[in-house]
Design a protein around this ligand. Structure first.
Ligand code: ADP
Ligand code: MG
Length: 702
């Protein structure tokens, strides 16, 4: 039955092999079903007609009936264009074309009445229409058009337009398709859900998403399709969670022994926060359960995640297991290494560091000690997941700042033992709840929602560039008080050379304001050799440098409590989560800290909004929500590579409530029928199997 939907798109009337190839290449449309699922991205209301005299603004679309006259070519050969006049009984307005001149001349007929559709432009203080849509009004068509009609607009490409598949062309082949296959559209939701939530049938929804009769039914069609999409995502994720929890064994790490206790009672430099204690308990419970732990640890910058990781690793040691801690960059890995070695300095625990720049001879030793089990904790970057690294008995893997690790990379660690290690993923980029439910739906989540005591919130200020000198004066005062300063410049790959120049110019200017030998200013960027970066970073950590001018290489994790000012240049160019990360570099000690956002005078609305949000809150979760709203989920770090954002119609930023609702519904369904074997759920099972077979395998994300 479904087979017809799997038919290659080239067999659809009006398509053929050449267009089919383009459809596949440009839009990913390969089969009938793909086209059926290629929805308009917006709709224009063609239910209303205007008169020429109604054209008073260039910000809306107008639909007007009238005649075309005075068609003429203007300009010389190179700048040629065509003008015409469009008139009705209320007046006339200019039309302009710069392309397709031959075609327009041939097509337009001054005897016929046309329907013009378009957004006006302004030329020499007068409104005109550039490249308007013109359709001949024919008798029977007048009837059709005058009814309530929303026209779906499909996104397309230049190449497709050239072969007649602009938005209109696509609409036409979708129509042909629907006429051919609408009887083959199968329902995917059980009757009881359709009834309970008053949903359109799948067939009705698909017809109306392409050709809505009116706005109301369009809304219901959208709801039905989003509901379906989100429900199946949640069913997949939750079902996988059930199977993972039930089937995948984990090492039993039940003992809390000497190593943990010695650290806890004799070497812990401060009281754990309540949140840290709670989270450690949650982790302990997982690790002794006999099932593999898959836990996401969310905690704002500076909330003390590293310590939680360390104490979890000590439990592993108490049970005779090794642990690995993976960080996304060498600087971070090195910093973790130093702080952990420092915390464990009076204890008999062997800790190693393995990164891309570990010398071959050292590397050999580390490999050996990991393999024979002498080394208890290994800290490193991607180098840790190379195939040559073999563990004696890896019990726990901690992944810091997880969004930088790809799925495949993490999966590599799995294979290193027959029973997979427990996994603790730490992230300081709080993820909005709705996103977390989808992105990390099969992970358990622990949250550290409390900062260590005595931290003063960072004061955040926004200044325009003309206040630069005042800011310099402020920095001088802070440095006089013995504080250190970060100054960060954006580095965005599109114009990397230019950005780097900005950074170096900024560095030079700062050196003039803060001359040697009184002041030490250093610079750090991604193009430097690792050992040079390391050297500069080390000097800053040791307090030998007053000002560190850098790109976002210092973004994640770097911990220098004496640094109290973070100046972010061109702050409008950074995303919210990045700004939040950067701000998290200060406010780590007991002194009052400041985050100064510098921007140009000209700000886009979105840029301004971001800066306002930063000034108004320091709550990472709130910022993440705002970020999601501003940018949409596709842009949130880590989501692209996961493929999770390939939603056809649902939008995680806007449909948060529906995400939560479908999650609860999915939970209820699976509670009663975990394998979806009950007859009432037969459609769910069938569709789920189909989705799993197709491509979207949500489960492999963690
Ligand atoms: P993050 O969650 O950003 O990784 P860190 O683990 O780097 O945070 O901790 C930030 C700072 O807070 C570190 O200097 C750490 O030593 C300190 N810290 C961690 N836990 C506590 C605590 N319970 N009390 C006081 N300071 C703490
Ligand atoms: Mg950290």
């Amino acid at each position: 039955m479904n087979n017809i939907l799997e038919t290659n798109i080239s067999y659809l009337k009006g398509v053929g092999p050449k267009r089919a190839e383009l459809l596949t290449k440009d839009l990913g449309i390969e089969t009938f079903e793909d086209l059926l699922n290629y929805f308009p991205f917006r709709y224009v209301d063609k239910s209303r007609f205007y008169k020429v005299k109604d054209v008073v603004t260039d910000s809306v679309y107008y639909q007007i009936k009238g005649k075309v006259s005075n068609l003429s070519s203007v300009g010389d050969k190179r700048t040629k264009y065509i003008t015409a006049t469009f008139s009705d009984e209320t007046g006339s307005i200019g039309l302009v074309w710069f392309k397709g001149l031959q075609w327009i001349k041939k097509k337009l007929d001054s005897d016929k009445e046309y329907i013009l559709f378009g957004k006006p432009g302004v030329f020499k203080n007068k409104f005109n229409f550039v490249h308007p849509d013109l359709e001949v009004v024919s008798e029977n068509e007048t009837q059709k058009i005058i009814g309530n009609r929303l026209e779906g607009i499909y996104s397309t490409t230049e190449k497709l337009k050239n072969v007649g598949l602009g938005s209109k062309g696509i609409s036409k082949i979708v129509k042909t398709l629907l006429e051919k296959i609408s009887e083959s559209i199968e329902e995917t939701l059980p009757e009881y859900l359709i009834k309970k939530y008053n949903l359109l049938s799948r067939k009705e929804a698909l017809i109306n998403i392409h050709f809505p009769e009116n706005p109301d039914i369009l809304k219901r069609a959208e709801l039905r399709l989003k509901f379906e999409e989100l429900l199946f995502v949640q069913l997949q994720i939750l079902q996988l969670k059930i199977t993972v929890q039930d089937k995948i064994k984990g090492h039993v790490l039940e003992k809390v022994g000497d190593v943990f206790n010695e650290f806890y009672y004799n070497h812990l430099p401060f009281e754990l926060t309540g949140a840290q204690k709670r989270v450690i308990k949650e982790i302990r419970k997982d690790m002794k359960s006999g099932k593999q732990m898959n836990r996401l640890l969310q905690g704002d910058v500076g909330s003390g995640k590293t310590l939680v990781a360390l104490m979890s690793m000590l439990i592993a040691i108490d049970n005779g297991y090794q642990s690995a801690l993976m960080a996304p960059t060498e600087i971070l890995a090195t910093q973790h290494f130093h702080s952990i070695v420092n915390l464990l300095k009076d204890m008999d625990v062997e800790v190693g560091l393995l990164t891309g720049s570990t010398k071959v001879s050292q590397r050999k030793v580390i490999h050996e000690r990991l393999q024979n089990g002498k080394m208890n904790i290994i800290i490193g970057t991607h180098a840790l997941i190379e195939d040559v690294v073999k563990f004696n008995n890896l019990g726990l893997v901690v992944i810091d700042e997880q969004h930088r690790f790809g799925v495949a990379q993490r999966a590599k660690l799995w294979k290193k033992g027959s029973i997979p290690p427990h996994v603790l993923v730490m992230t300081a980029t709080p993820i909005p709840r709705t996103l977390a439910m989808t992105l990390y739906g099969n992970l358990d989540v622990s949250i550290i929602d409390e900062l260590p005591p005595g931290r003063k919130p960072v004061k955040t200020l926004h200044f325009y560039q003309n206040k630069y000198l005042a800011v310099i004066g402020f920095l001088r005062k802070q440095i006089k008080e013995g504080r250190q300063v970060y100054i960060v410049y954006p580095l965005i790959s599109e114009s990397e050379t230019l950005d780097l120049k900005n950074l170096m110019d900024g560095f030079e200017e700062l050196q003039r304001h803060f001359p040697l030998p009184e002041y030490q200013v250093s610079v750090l960027h991604g193009r430097m050799k690792p050992e040079d970066k390391e050297y500069e970073m080390k000097r800053f950590v040791e307090g030998k440098t007053d000002i560190m001018v850098s790109t976002t290489v210092i973004e994640v994790g770097v911990d220098v409590p004496n640094a109290t000012v973070m100046v972010i240049e061109n702050a409008e160019r950074f995303g919210l989560s990045q700004l939040h990360q950067l701000r998290g570099r200060v406010g780590r000690g007991s002194g009052q800290s400041y985050c100064i956002l510098m921007s140009g005078n000209k700000l886009s609305n979105e840029g301004r909004k971001r800066l306002e949000i930063m000034v108004s809150t320091s709550d990472g979760f709130k910022i993440a929500e705002e970020d999601l709203k501003l940018r949409g989920p596709g842009e949130i770090q880590g989501t692209k590579q996961s493929g999770i954002m390939n939603f056809k119609i649902a939008n995680l930023a806007k449909d948060g409530e529906l995400v939560s609702r479908t999650r609860v519904i999915a939970q209820n369904i699976l509670e009663k029928d975990p394998t979806l074997s009950m007859p009432v759920n037969i459609r769910l099972k069938k569709q789920l199997n189909k989705l799993l077979k197709d491509k979207t395998n949500w489960g492999r994300i963690s």
